[in-house]
Design a protein around this ligand. Sequence first.
Ligand SMILES: *[C@@H]1O[C@H](CO)[C@@H](O)[C@H](O)[C@H]1NC(C)=O
Ligand SMILES: *[C@@H]1O[C@H](CO)[C@@H](O)[C@H](O)[C@H]1NC(C)=O
Ligand SMILES: *[C@@H]1O[C@H](CO)[C@@H](O)[C@H](O)[C@H]1NC(C)=O
Ligand SMILES: *[C@@H]1O[C@H](CO)[C@@H](O)[C@H](O)[C@H]1NC(C)=O
Length: 395
Amino acid sequence: MKPTIIFLCLFFSLLSNQSRAQNQSCVSESFSSNRLYASCNSLPYLGASLHWNYHPSNGTAEIAFRAPQSASGWVAWAINPNGSGMIGANTFLAFPGSGGGVKVYTTTFSSYAVQASDVKDGSLAFAVYSKQAEYANGYYTIYATLALPSNKTKVSTVWQASTQLQNGVPFGHGTGDNELSKTSLDFLSGESVSVGDNSRLHRKNIHGILNAISWGALMPLGAIIARYVKVFKSADPAWFYLHVTCQFSAYIIGVAGWGLGLKLGSESIGITYHEHRDIAIALFCLATVQVFALLLRPNKDHKYRIYWNVYHHTVGYSIIILSVVNIFKGFDILEPVKKWKHAYTGILVTLASVALALELITWVIVLKRRSRSSEKSHHGANGAHGYVFSHNQVV
Ligand SMILES: *[C@@H]1O[C@H](CO)[C@@H](O)[C@H](O)[C@H]1NC(C)=O
Ligand SMILES: *[C@@H]1O[C@H](CO)[C@@H](O)[C@H](O)[C@H]1NC(C)=O
Ligand SMILES: *[C@@H]1O[C@H](CO)[C@@H](O)[C@H](O)[C@H]1NC(C)=O
Ligand SMILES: *[C@@H]1O[C@H](CO)[C@@H](O)[C@H](O)[C@H]1NC(C)=O
């Protein structure tokens, strides 16, 4: 169980590093017309930052949103008063004007299926007293004065930067960081609070950890135990119990991670990762069959045992291969967290090296035993009763 503890520590330390990666470099930024802001937050994605003054006396805020982008691209900052993410976002869009300069639109998105003709300048759910935008030195900056919706100081914010335009208006953006660029922001404390979508990211990470540990590490480890520990006569029933314990814990943790994944999938409106989901469902079925097949296992000497063994190995190895494939698909969905992919690759390489080393050792032992037992039978002493290692026991 020691390696499991090491994996757990490794993953949790990566997780905590990830959430601490806040960098308040925004304090050194300056603005045109000598605008000054009392607070700022270096937003966690797209290199953007938000600066503001909040007036509790009238519930208004002056904000400046800044993000790097090419002059022909666009940026956006939004408050989502009743939800999070793009649907329902009350948005300030800054993009190149037709006669030079920068245009600012205020617009609300009610679906992901936006038409270029939907992108119009309109009113928002809250009062906007002023809006303006400029482009300089590779950065767009949006300036606005607005009343925070319902006088709440904790608001759900979304931002975006993209180069995609259609008919001269912002239209479409990429995936990865461009889908993660949202946070709940406290205009009083200045903190970007981990609620709403950040809790979703958090649950995605937990889903990843549970599944990488169970399907991705414990199950291959259990297979290694079964294949290599049983070679030692003295470990005879012990390897079996170790193998069953390992695979059964992997199954329990794996089903928890799988269930969390299904829940995340059902919550994600408009985005379905079909392959990741289908492989996951296939894995759950195969693993469940594998657990129940244990109950149908014929006796060691039964003539059908060989068929059961072939079935058990085929399904077992398929589960391991599919699991590894799906874990890497999962890492691609959690795109920004590259470190995890590297950590898991490290675990996989370690397991594979251990398996390779054990494979070599096993064959050496088997060949030695075979030559010894053939020597014995040559001398006619107890050969038939001696322990003869068969091919069966290695495969
Ligand atoms: C913060 O970000 C700035 C630029 O984005 C970078 O130069 C600086 O090294 C970062 N500081 C830390 C502590 O990560
Ligand atoms: C917010 O609160 C302030 C002070 O109590 C009040 O003057 C203002 O009208 C309120 N704004 C909204 C939008 O309710
Ligand atoms: C809100 O109050 C602040 C200071 O109390 C003032 O500077 C600002 O102009 C007010 N904004 C609006 C829109 O009334
Ligand atoms: C948000 O929800 C409240 C209460 O459900 C409703 O009164 C308000 O109009 C909604 N605001 C928006 C922008 O949809």
